[in-house]
Design a protein around this ligand. Sequence first.
Ligand code: TYD
Length: 152
Amino acid sequence: MQYHPISHDIILMEAKTELLSFPIHGDSRGSLIALECFEEIPFAIKRIYYIFGTQKNTPRGFHAHKELKQILISVSGSVTIHCEQNSCKRKYFLNSPDKGLLIEGLVWREMHDFSPDCVLLVLANQHYDENDYIRTYEEFKKIVLQSLNHEE
Ligand code: TYD
């Protein structure tokens, strides 16, 4: 198994998940949501990707990141995001384009129960970097433990 040493930044970055609500600009024609960096989105966006056409009973994710900040928005359909941080497990049901799940720091994330029409938009503050991934749960727990020990 590949081992990623903890950097100074990781120790400092607190694991965090937060459900954000975005303002909807609605009128008789329908609805519009506008997202701007450092306004609704608390970071500069460097990458956008979206997950769609997910097969039935097919979860995704199963990883953590060392430094990445992301906001997940189900712009269509629904999905449940399972997060684990500091031994605390939480589930977030995303079923509306005006809800965004902010995930930053050492958070294990899994995406479950995608509806067939789900389009999950992800805004990220870094370019894609495989070295930022923690790909196994075992390694995630090990790094969390190491960062806690380092704080003492
Ligand atoms: P993967 O990390 O397996 O997706 P998930 O975490 O949602 O299960 O990514 C699937 C593929 O897409 C993999 O080959 C890497 C590639 N990919 C990129 O090229 N850029 C990206 O920004 C992301 C998120 C994935």
